[in-house]
Design a protein around this ligand. Structure first.
Ligand code: BGC
Length: 375
């Protein structure tokens, strides 16, 4: 009797063992751990994307470990190494610093970990994929929105602005360690170039703002206003944090000039509704976050994504000394001004009606949308 039972157990055990060695998909061996590593939770979008990705991964049966690095590249690398030690099979990373994160990613890749560079590139070909939004389009939209608000619509239609009366333009750019920052600026410059070449736009100051921090932007803008005797006609700021920081410094000097942003944050959109911020760029992370999770799932199951295209790392970083290729995917962006704020941001459900129209007199608000349209 006992012998029969033992033989049965042995047979079942060896079948289970053979199965788990050969064909078992990853999930069937217990929950697979996926890491989410963020540079910080100060920029409003990251905590929201953390929630979307965590929920999506859990719904697909994954375990999730998520950390933010408080803007410190070394902390982020330690957190990534820790996730690998804990057994994470994939990590989605928003890198604080494109170069610094490469070290941790290369170590993770040696252990077979799938790394997705999320929104920001990491300067190594060892990532499995890079998913982001059209970076130069972001910059194009920022410059376009500001020029239009100045009354400049074409090189032969520049309104009151001439070579003798040029636009004194300030540029507040992103954190220098963020690979995106230079491509946002390149996009701005693409639009500005004919006007700069013709002397109609004069860049009187440009500065990278560490950590994309709003307080740092206020200080930078205050110093620029002092050095320019307040003679500033427009500010291209690379995201809403920087744009709102610039606006604080401008308002303190009772100046009102066109200012750009990016992210369509709740405070940024509220500022547009109030007629302060001029333009922001909506990047619909409700679309991107699930796609990053999808990429993880595909790679962990030995598949790849047909929408990924191969790019040279040197081109994606602007650093000719970097070799290798990276699979990447760029998603579309939307330029948002007062004209399309309601449709693009509120009706689409990207931000709530109450956040966008906070402190706006009842009589000036559009009707509350009956339903919001999911992306
Ligand atoms: C992102 C922006 C964001 C900024 C600050 C950039 O890399 O693309 O959307 O505003 O970082 O976090």
């Amino acid at each position: 009797m006992f012998g029969k039972f033992a033989r049965l157990v042995a047979a079942v055990m060896s079948a289970v063992f053979a199965f788990s060695l050969s064909t078992t998909p990853i999930q069937a061996q217990g929950k697979v751990l996926v890491g989410l590593s963020f540079s910080d939770f100060e920029t409003p979008r990251w905590p929201q994307e953390n929630v979307i990705m965590t929920d999506a991964l859990k719904a697909m049966g994954y375990d999730v470990v998520s950390q933010q690095a408080g803007h410190d590249p070394k902390t982020q690398n330690d957190q990534i190494a820790n996730m690998v030690t804990q057994g994470a099979k994939a990590i989605i990373i928003v890198a604080q610093d494109a170069d610094a994160a490469a070290t941790a990613v290369e170590d993770a890749a040696k252990e077979g970990v799938v790394v997705i560079a999320y929104d920001r590139l990491i300067a190594t070909p060892k990532i499995a994929a890079y998913i982001t939004f059209g970076l130069t389009q972001v910059g194009n939209g920022q410059a376009d929105g500001v020029l239009k608000a100045l009354g400049i619509t074409a090189i032969d239609s520049t309104g009151k602005w001439t070579k003798d009366n040029p636009v004194n333009l300030v540029k507040l750019e992103g954190d220098p360690g963020d690979n995106n920052a230079k491509f946002f600026e390149a996009g701005q410059d693409e639009i500005l170039k004919p006007y700069v070449d013709a002397g109609i736009v004069k860049v009187v100051a440009r500065q990278n703002i560490a950590n994309w921090d709003e307080t740092n932007a206020v200080t930078a803008m205050e110093n620029i206003l002092t050095s320019q005797n307040n003679k500033v006609d427009a500010v291209i700021a690379a995201n809403d944090n920087l744009g709102l920081g610039a606006l604080q410094a401008l308002t303190a000097q009772k100046l009102s000039v066109p200012v750009s942003g990016q992210d369509a944050t709740a405070p940024g959109c509220n500022s547009i509704a109030k007629g302060q911020l001029t333009v922001t760029i909506l990047k619909d992370y409700r679309v991107m976050a699930p796609q990053a999770v999808e990429l993880v799932d595909e790679f962990l199951n030995g598949k790849t994504d047909p929408d990924l295209k191969s790019y040279k790392l040197a081109d994606l970083t602007g650093n000719a000394s970097l070799t290798g290729d990276v699979m990447a995917k760029y998603l579309p962006v939307t330029e948002v001004t007062k004209d399309n704020l309601y449709e693009a941001v509120v009706v689409s459900g990207f931000q709530s009606y109450d956040d966008v129209y906070q402190d706006i007199p009842e009589a000036e608000k559009p009707a509350r949308p009956e339903a919001t349209k999911a992306p």
